[in-house]
Design a protein around this ligand. Structure first.
Ligand code: BG6
Length: 494
């Protein structure tokens, strides 16, 4: 068994991401017995605060954001934050890194982390460059004693050009093996399960192709609006926030060929082949294959909610999309002729991420001749919040002579009371410390994803959208319905 030793240095240590995700994840690792013994966390922030105050804020965040079944023990929380340290510094300027280096050395000795460091950049994207440069200048990336790894949050750039620039800059300081580009969807239990379902079962793989599958729908809908992230979201929109990364990851995992082994590079090689096989959407096709939307005011669970343009730090004439749907074609022998419809949006009626695989109908004989409206067979992979798999097929309605109804075989992995799957950040943080980059994005994945998306944003920039075009609490703009209707299909909402 490898003994993990690591010092985790969190840039942006007083920020939202650190409090919502990183600290609760560390706590959960501790509470489940997975936090390495030789571990300490050094948070860097610009605010002036004592270590005590920092720990108390971290403890409050842990209580608030930790997954339900771990809300418990104050002792565990105290133990966790006793390994948290705070260092005040303006991380964008070089002066001050000397002091940081001393601080790190001190903690390394105290916790026996043997010079292994993970730098987590939980900061706004414009700070990635300066921080990495400073780390490089100080010689803190040279892996002299142990490893030096850097974790970078998405979005990685805002288009291909800026992503290349950012990557070139990081590459001057860290090698590709040291870079962990995080996409937290990859740490979700059910995303990892897609491969198992596909490649460890005789049921599915033989049917997983254009001979049997009609089309695939991938949905990630959220009920929340932009909350307090209007400033960031204005520069991102649904395309850069969700589609370019999380949604394309879901597509890659659903569509990829079986890798020749479970080794990191073999899996990543297969994923990237999917991105390379996606048919680019031309400028004209953007109008017919892609839909963008922005929510106006509406109702959610019966209560009125404001439109996007009235949200905090959003200009009243904003053209930022909060919804995006598109039709994607993967041109390889397995998938040619099978469209993938992807959609994601905020302020939709339910929070769900799922993949719906819709099978072709049988020839029009027997029941398919007698009954006009038999539902197609569907396999639904539920990623969240419910984690499971549903097989939807046709069966005879009991007690009738010949009535046919859709029935479901339902496997729910997180329905048992008390079972809450580990948050993806738990898995991913542990993987970085252990040096497993399988569930992180390789540079060429980012590159090809932007290449594909850039065509769309170029076209969008030519024309002002007619926003808002969907009411909060609904399933998106009417054009999204038309996108499928024009192919004789419809969205399967759950
Ligand atoms: C983040 C986006 O990457 O994913 C957010 O920045 C979004 O806007 C979030 O809300 C959704 O994640 P999850 O795990 O709740 O589906």
């Amino acid at each position: 068994m490898i003994v993990i030793r690591s010092l985790l240095i969190v840039f942006g240590g007083t920020g939202d991401l650190a409090h919502r995700k990183i600290y609760p994840a560390i706590y959960n690792l501790y509470a489940s017995g997975h936090l390495p013994e030789h571990f300490a966390l050094l948070a860097i922030g610009r605010k002036d605060k004592s270590e005590e105050a920092f720990r108390s804020e971290a403890a409050t965040a842990i209580k608030k954001f930790s997954r339900e079944n771990r809300s418990g023990s104050q002792d565990d929380i105290n133990h966790t934050v006793s390994r948290f340290y705070y260092h005040r510094a303006d991380f964008t300027v070089y002066d001050g890194y000397d002091e940081l280096k001393e601080r790190m050395k001190d903690l390394e000795e105290r916790y026996g982390t043997q010079g292994n460091r993970v730098y987590y950049l939980a900061v706004a994207p414009e700070h990635f460059g300066p921080i990495v440069e400073n780390i490089g200048e100080m010689g803190l990336s040279n892996q002299n004693e142990g490893y030096d790894r850097v974790v970078i949050e998405k979005p990685f750039g805002k288009d291909l050009k800026s992503a290349v620039q950012l990557n070139n800059l990081i590459a001057l300081v860290f090698s590709e093996e040291q870079i962990y580009r995080i996409d937290h969807y990859l740490g979700k239990e059910m995303l990892q399960n897609i491969s198992v379902i596909r490649f460890a079962n005789a049921f599915f793989e033989p049917l997983w192709n254009n001979k049997y599958i009609d089309h695939i729908q991938i949905t990630s809908s959220e009920t929340v609006g932009v909350e307090n992230r209007g400033g960031y979201y204005e520069s991102a929109g649904a395309m850069r926030d969700m589609m370019q990364n999380h949604m394309l990851q879901l597509l890659m995992l659903t569509a990829m060929e079986p890798p020749i082994s479970l080794k990191t590079h073999d899996i990543r090689d297969e994923k990237i082949k999917i991105l390379k096989s996606i048919v680019p959407i031309s400028s004209q096709q953007v109008d017919t294959h892609v839909v963008r939307g922005q929510y106006g005011e509406g109702k959610l669970y019966g209560s009125p909610v404001p439109g996007y343009r009235s949200e905090d730090r959003v200009p009243p004439n904003s053209d930022t999309e909060t919804y995006m749907a598109m039709k994607v074609e993967v041109e390889n022998t397995r998938w040619v002729g099978v469209p993938f419809y992807l959609r994601t949006g905020k302020r939709m009626p339910v929070k769900t991420t799922n993949i719906v695989i819709e099978f072709r109908s049988l020839p029009k004989i027997l029941y398919f001749k007698e009954f006009n409206n038999l539902e197609p067979n569907r396999l639904i992979i539920e990623i969240q919040p419910r984690e499971g798999i549903i097989m939807r097929f046709n069966g005879k309605k009991p007690g009738t002579k010949n009535e046919i109804i859709p029935v479901e075989l339902d496997f729910c992995q997180n329905c048992a009371i008390g079972e809450v799957s580990p948050d993806s950040y738990e898995k991913l943080l542990l993987d970085v410390m252990a040096g497993d980059s399988t569930l992180f994005t390789r540079w060429d994945e980012v590159e090809y994803a932007w290449k594909f998306m850039d065509n769309i944003s170029l076209r969008w920039n030519e024309q002002a959208p007619d926003f808002p075009n969907y009411e909060a609490g609904t399933w998106g703009p009417p054009d999204a319905e038309r996108l499928l209707r024009s192919d004789g299909r419809s969205w399967f909402n759950r």
